[in-house]
Design a protein around this ligand. Sequence first.
Ligand code: ADP
Ligand code: MG
Ligand code: MG
Length: 898
Amino acid sequence: AKHVYTFGAGEAEGKADMKNLLGGKGANLAEMNLIGVPVPPGFTITTEVCTMYNEQGKEATFNLIKPEVEAAVALVEKLTGTEFGSKENPCLMSVRSGARASMPGMMDTVLNLGMNDDAVEGIAKKSGNPRFAWDSYRRFVQMYGDVVMEMKPASKEEIDPFEEIIEGLKEEKGIALDTEFTTDDLKELVNRFKAAVKKVTGKDFPTDPWEQLWGSVAAVFNSWNNDRAILYRRLEQIPDEWGTAVNVQAMVFGNMGSNSGTGVCFTRDAATGEDIFNGEYLIDAQGEDVVAGIRTPQEVTLEGSRRWAALQNVSEEDRASKYPSLEEAMPEMYAQLNTVQQKLEDHYSDMQDIEFTIQEGKLWMLQTRNGKRTGAAMVKIAMDMLNEGRIDEKTALKRIDAAKLDELLHPVFDTAAMKSANVLAKGLPASPGAATGQVVFFADEANKYPESVLVRVETSPEDLEGMHIAKGILTARGGMTSHAAVVARGMGKCCVSGAGSVKINYKTRVMTIDGNEFHEGDWISLNGSTGEVYEGKVATMDPDMSGDFGKVMDLAEKFTRMKVRTNADTPNDAKVARDFGAQGIGLCRTEHMFFEGERIKAMREMILAKTEEARRKALDKLLPFQREDFEGILEAMEGYGVTIRLLDPPLHEFVPHEEANQKEMATEMGITVEEVKALVEDLHEFNPMLGHRGCRLGNTYPEITEMQARAIIEAAVNLKQKGVDARPEIMVPLIGTVKELKLQADIIHATAKKVFEEKGATVDYMVGTMIEIPRAAVTADKVAEVAEFFSFGTNDLTQMTFGYSRDDAGKFLPIYIEKGILKNDPFQVLDQEGVGQVVKMGVEKGRSTKPNLKVGICGEHGGEPSSVMFCDSVGMDYVSCSPYRVPIARVAAAQANL
Ligand code: ADP
Ligand code: MG
Ligand code: MG
């Protein structure tokens, strides 16, 4: 097999659709060569080699690929006219990671590889620029020392030893910026760096370029398994087995003086989706300088630069002289970049995130990928590209990451409240949204408050988990392409970056803005769409669901086979879901209705009752309440089916367990506290989830089922008489045998008949069951002889198939996921291999005796995209989920059918 793929000078052995083998970066470097975009030559070591490296170890793997790597290096030498390891004319390289899915900043990169005491002289002479040569050398020692010799401190509290040396020398020299170092200063840095390497690792800094190369390749493979890469994969659901490719590439230099530079740009706005070319760059800089937030990056376009200056209160004069756009500073380079960005977007038909470097007036592309974007930008770009005729409807729909729609469904700041809010500071609108929370200054303390806002000078990849937990992120430094901004947009998290007036003291945990102090725990609000930071909590309102979002929903409707229903217990929830496009209710839980005011009293009276007669008396009191509730919800879902589940939870949930509440109940019911206690004791179960609940209640107390059936049917008849099209579907929970269902169905039908006679009118209704006990699924052919519909209750079905208690799984599931025993929490993502097979069997067996059996799902999984797709594949008629997940489910349902 081939392990190394070369590219350069308009040719390439790989191409864009080889991402699995070459990683995203490698595949696109190859593709850019093929379409005539200037890319420094190089080669990609495949992801398969990474897997081999992890399984068979370094030595065996490197021995195997050595001849191919040497041949590839020879090609790079030929194309660049340089020589790897030469004294006079050395070839310098970059070694970069690159997985199938982009994992920005998570793994390691080594630049300027090939440097040593000889090479630096050769470079200095050849370029006539000793300062540049030594700057590259000191960067190399630092990166190689950090990454390959593992000198980068594990904890972010410790300062990088090389940064410490840099700061020390700056102090000695009385300078503020890296760019002020003289050539001699840079030489001094190299010496001090090497001494530090020796001191910390006990080893000499390697001078042999081949040793440097293999060391770096190994480091990149190792970085696949560093903590932050592992965490990122878990958050983004990227499989551990994929591995990373390694890209080795000739260096181009952005640090050769004022006619050189480096930058990052987006072909459209990654925050809003607007078709505006934008980006940031730095003159005389290399590699990660732009993203690192050490120097203030400048805007690529003039328009962007003016917008930035307005937000930062920088005068036009200052802007033009100190922070000119690339468009002004290097118009020719800008024109070329603009042509290339358009070419790349045209070629990929998607928004691109592009890295470029300018070396002495020549433009080079170092990377392109489909840019990370917010949910809003995702929707806008997909719909715009559809309108522009770049992609077809199916492609547009596929571009929607259903789970990401969630960002669009949540509140935004109330316009009126925003106007009167006290603006503390203004930064860049790095990632839109509204966030309110209590200030924390350290990522690992983001969970200190239920709602926190993470405030940092700048974030780093180590902060990932905390950024995930926090409601929003505020940074004092860094631009639109800073780590915080890029990661926040990827997560859909509200972020304001580069708010220059925010001064942070991590020691005292105080942030100062214009002389006012804010402490840890103080409330602030962030507007990620305007970059404003407000004092305290600012009120929010519902987002706008029309426009492009509406168009996505129309597309979903066009391509879907399955319907989407909602789980709703109140008319209001039903209405919200209906506005999101829900067509019916898949689960209405009746027990929630028993907790309000008078109802709970009647409920407790029923539980206390010793005879059927006494129970019926109490149930008679509940009947009107239930009927009223059902009228409300059936009316709100007029024209669509409403599945109402009969009483499900164990009765102990309705009695008080705390002393004070027991006293209250005793007074209310006119009994002694001892009697209440005895009752609670009596209802106690060792294993309530497997105890006296579900249809076991209805089968031991048939009068409960009778009352509920009566309330439902009466409600439907009443509505019908008002001209409302009510369609009740009565669902019996937790059956394991057909007989359990049969007895309940008999009661329901008998009750309905009685009501019809009393009212002199009839309605259509259905009786079905929830499939949530494995036995019910296994005997589904028999169950379907009685049931008119099945609804898979996958929460309980997962609980009983795995034998994991839903309420206790929190203790071990995280560990199971960490150890790889489980890929996901099976209560969130349907376990297709196990629970899914039980579902599949249930559907097939059920339809074997009743071909037109209506089948749906009503567990939490009904709103999770991969589970929704599974439901489509087993032929379900609908999925049902909570109101705010309805749009997500609709898109996933349509995608399942593309
Ligand atoms: P990441 O995946 O974290 O973005 P990259 O592999 O893209 O890491 O490398 C980081 C940065 O290093 C790039 O943005 C680019 O500026 C710089 N870089 C990488 N390769 C080269 C090269 N051949 N010449 C010049 N700079 C490079
Ligand atoms: Mg990159
Ligand atoms: Mg259940």
